[in-house]
Design a protein around this ligand. Structure first.
Ligand SMILES: Cc1cc2nc3c(=O)[nH]c(=O)nc-3n(C[C@H](O)[C@H](O)[C@H](O)COP(=O)(O)O)c2cc1C
Length: 205
C-alpha cells in the first residue's frame, strides 16, 4: 500500500470479528517493522506484552471498564517503557565500537551523556518512556494495517491489575494498550472531524 493510502486507511477499530486468530509468525512480521522506530539515543526502551488467549483477554476486559474490543481482538497488547532501559546502553553501543563505527572516546562520551540524562531523573525517564513508546506504537499500527490488520490505541486503566495479568515487571511502565484484529466492517464510522492544518500548525517565521 502507498504510504498516504495506508495513513488514510488506518482507523481505530470500533469492534473486531471475534473468531479471527493471529499467529506468532504474523505478529513477528509486524514487529520486524516496529524495530525500525526512532528512540531517544536509540536505547529502545519500548516493550510489547501480547495476550491472545480468551482467558487473559477476558481478564483485561474486566480491568478495562468492560470495553468489548479487548476481548474480541485477536491480540490485546500493552506497550510499555522500561524505566531502567537506559542501563542497556553499553551493550547496545558495543557493536558500533567493535565495528569501528564509533571510537572509544565517542563511545565513552555517549554512555556518559545517557547516564547523565537518565540517572536519578525519574520524571524525565517517565516522559521519555511515553515519547518512545508512542512513536513505536504508531509504527506498530501502520505496520499492522499494511499487513491487513486493524488496530485501536487505548488507555491502560487499572494499571496494577493489568501489570499482574500480563506479568509485567515493576520497571516496565504501561503507556498504551493496542487491540488488534479484523474490524467488524459495518461498525466502521466515517472518520471524525479533523481540524484544518491552519488550526494546529504554527509557522513562526
Ligand atoms: C491515547 C488514546 C486513547 C484512546 N482510547 C480509546 C479507548 O479507550 N477506546 C476506543 O474505542 N478508542 C480509543 N482511542 C481511539 C480514538 O478514539 C481514535 O483514535 C480517534 O477517535 C480518531 O479516530 P481514528 O483513529 O479512526 O482516526 C484512543 C486513542 C488514543 C490516542
Amino acid at each position: 500500500m502507498e504510504f498516504i493510502e495506508l495513513a488514510k486507511e488506518r482507523r481505530s477499530a470500533i469492534n473486531f470479528q471475534s473468531d479471527i486468530k493471529i499467529s506468532d509468525a504474523e505478529l513477528q512480521e509486524i514487529f520486524e517493522v516496529v524495530k525500525t522506530h526512532p528512540s531517544s539515543f536509540n536505547i529502545q526502551t519500548t516493550h510489547y506484552y501480547v495476550a491472545k488467549s480468551e482467558e487473559k483477554k477476558a481478564k483485561v476486559k474486566e480491568a478495562s471498564y468492560g470495553q468489548h474490543k479487548t476481548l474480541s481482538a485477536s491480540a490485546t497488547i500493552i506497550v510499555c517503557g522500561d524505566s531502567e532501559g537506559y542501563k542497556e546502553a553499553p551493550r547496545l553501543y558495543e557493536g558500533m565500537k567493535l565495528l569501528g563505527i564509533m571510537d572509544e572516546l565517542e563511545y565513552n562520551d555517549t554512555i556518559a551523556a545517557i547516564n547523565n540524562l537518565y540517572e536519578n531523573n525519574s520524571k524525565f525517564i517517565e516522559d521519555d518512556n511515553i515519547r518512545n513508546a508512542c512513536l513505536s506504537a504508531m509504527l506498530f499500527m501502520l505496520a499492522a494495517k499494511d499487513q491487513g490488520w486493524d488496530t485501536c490505541p487505548m488507555h491502560v486503566h487499572n494499571v496494577q491489575t493489568i501489570k499482574e495479568i500480563y506479568k509485567i515487571p515493576e520497571n516496565h511502565q504501561p503507556v498504551l494498550m493496542i487491540t488488534l484484529g479484523k474490524s467488524v466492517k459495518e461498525k466502521i464510522r466515517p472518520r471524525g472531524y479533523r481540524k484544518p492544518v491552519g488550526e494546529f500548525v504554527h509557522f513562526v517565521d
